[in-house]
Design a protein around this ligand. Structure first.
Ligand code: G16
Length: 544
């Protein structure tokens, strides 16, 4: 078999964002676009000759074609072995699990996560390092640097591999193993959670749950673990067959896009527990009967109840949350006497803390929760964690969250997204805010006094690397906050995210509607940032 060396010229837009390179499928279909980026990944790596690479994606449109291309490029670039998911499919947490289990050199994950799929949808690609986690900034910068100078890429001239057949194949001199990642992932879950107690819960007549996998990658994992292994009745998992276009839906587990689940959990005769996961299986949304658990509260509740779960009963080394995530978990950590780290948005920033044993649980407001069991956030893991807690405590989701608020106080929290707005105007809005921050201290805004305001900067406590410009914070003297950021995962225009948080210790006020409780802060955000003028929008596109 021949290795072809193909001449190419750089694309200028291959800078990875919050989580890899995400673009419209049509962009990835441009001649050489995918190949340039993959070769840039390979060129940026040192010592990969003869090593093992993990490869899989969320099964969205263009996944299969991309997998075949990457396999042939990996063979031409000297990898020794590739572990690829059956059908080219692996959830993001399962890919992380496989990288770690097989001590692979790294992995390539094909996903645009929660972005819609299909020929008109999005596609994405990211590189994970040998710890199983998303490449840190120094690696993504190196990949980007290579993409700006690339002149050629290498690809093996060979037939496609049959991705649907489990087993071992040869591609040139490289071995390709097609594996079913459901199995190692299930084993890992079994080592963390009390499957017997969860099984008791799921098979009892008093308890019903519904898991919406949104026609995305988690379907097979959820069917296998919840229904086959743990005995939940067939039909517990809905929208469980992965489809290339996610059934035309937007596979983002929030109150807007996971409407099938929301209708069930807020309808008559609702089950006790509901959960949804996203396109690549790393996000989760947790619902009780007629009750929504914010991702920030979910992280706090998991932290406070971790002692009930076998895999975490020895205690937590610490916890970490992204800066815009509410401070609910900080209060649990403070009471437990463990460290709580505040990182920029992006799971990659948790990697060093997990590797160094500084944090055990991590979470983000963007519906992501995870732990040191892998180096990605993990949707189904969060669902099992909740089920384990429910099985032990024998209370409802609502009771557990309300008693949590009674103990720690409630962090009212909401994120307002303005999607697909004019990128230049959004950039100008952020710049205006940036200029204002030095003069904000001491200012009276409505009933709030500004304690401090800055553009969040993070120094990694493990390797000392610094990440600047991670979001504008306006923090008030009572701890309430408004944060402004531009998303790093959108593919059209810009998405402005406004994060709002206010702390309420008084349990008699915990019943308020979130948007009402945050109304004064919403008004201040508009006053300070002139959002309506800048975005041309009267309302946010999505409120979570
Ligand atoms: C990715 C990152 C997360 C981040 C989220 C939203 O998640 O891994 O850490 O919170 O994007 O980022 P942004 O606010 O920049 O859009 P996923 O699930 O899309 O891979």
């Amino acid at each position: 078999m021949n290795i072809a060396t193909i001449s190419t010229t750089p694309f200028t837009d291959q800078k990875p964002g919050t989580s890899g390179l995400r673009k419209a499928v049509t962009v990835f279909q441009k001649p050489h676009y995918l190949e340039n980026f993959v070769q840039s990944i390979f060129d940026s790596l040192e010592g990969s000759q003869g090593k093992t690479l993990v490869l899989g994606g969320d099964g969205r449109y263009y996944n299969r074609q991309a997998i075949q291309t990457i396999l042939k490029m990996a063979a031409a670039n000297g990898f020794g072995r590739i572990l690829v998911g059956r059908g080219g499919i692996m959830s993001t947490p399962a890919a992380s699990c496989v990288i770690r289990k097989y001590q692979a050199f790294g992995g390539i994950i094909l996903s645009a996560s929660h972005n819609p799929g299909g020929p008109e949808g999005d596609f994405g690609i990211k590189y994970n390092t040998s710890n199983g986690g998303p490449a840190p900034e120094k690696v993504t910068e190196a990949i980007y640097a290579c993409s700006k100078e690339i002149e050629q890429y290498k690809i093996l001239e060979a037939e496609d591999i049959d991705l649907d057949k489990l087993g071992e194949f040869k591609l040139g001199s490289m071995a390709v193993e097609v594996l079913d990642s459901v199995q190692p992932y299930t084993q890992l879950m079994e080592s963390l959670f009390d499957f017997d107690r969860i099984q008791e819960l799921l098979t009892s007549r008093q308890f019903r749950m519904c898991m919406d996998t949104m026609h995305a990658v988690t379907g097979p994992y959820a069917h296998s673990i919840l229904e086959h292994r743990l005995g939940a009745p067939a039909g517990t998992v809905v929208n469980g067959t992965p489809l290339e276009d996610f059934g035309g839906g937007h596979p983002d587990p929030n109150l807007v896009y996971a409407h099938d689940l929301v209708d069930i959990l807020f309808g008559e005769d609702a089950p006790a527990f509901g959960a949804a996961s996203d396109g690549d299986g790393d996000r989760n949304m947790i619902l009780g009967r007629h009750f929504f658990v914010t991702p920030s509260d979910s992280l706090a509740v998991l932290t406070a109840n971790a002692h009930l779960v076998p895999g975490y009963s020895q205690g937590l080394a610490g916890v970490a949350r992204s800066m815009p995530t509410s401070g609910a978990v900080d209060r649990v950590a403070a009471q437990a006497g463990i460290d709580c780290y505040e990182t920029p948005t992006g799971w990659k920033f948790f990697g060093n803390l997990l590797d160094a044993g500084k944090a055990t649980l991590c979470g983000e407001e963007s519906f992501g929760t995870g732990s040191n069991h892998v180096r990605e956030k993990d949707g189904l893991w969060a669902v099992l964690f909740w089920l384990n807690i429910l099985a032990v405590r024998g209370e409802s989701v609502e009771q557990i969250v309300r008693s949590h608020w009674q103990t720690y106080g409630r962090n009212f929290y909401s994120r307002h997204d303005y999607e697909e707005v004019d990128a230049q105007k959004a950039g100008e809005l952020m710049e205006r805010l940036r200029q204002m921050t030095p003069e904000m201290k001491g200012k009276q805004l409505g009933n709030y006094e500004v304690d401090y305001s800055d553009d969040f900067s993070y120094t990694d406590p493990v390797d000392g690397s610094v990440s600047n410009k991670q979001g504008i914070r306006i923090v008030f003297t009572d701890g309430s906050r408004i944060v402004f950021r531009l998303s790093g995962t959108g593919t059209k225009g810009a998405t402005l995210r406004v994060y709002l948080e206010s702390y309420e210790p008084d349990a008699s006020k915990h019943d308020q509607d979130t948007q009402k409780a945050l109304a004064p802060l919403i008004e201040i955000a508009e006053q300070v940032a002139q959002i309506k003028d800048s975005t041309g929008r009267e309302q946010p596109t999505v409120i979570t």
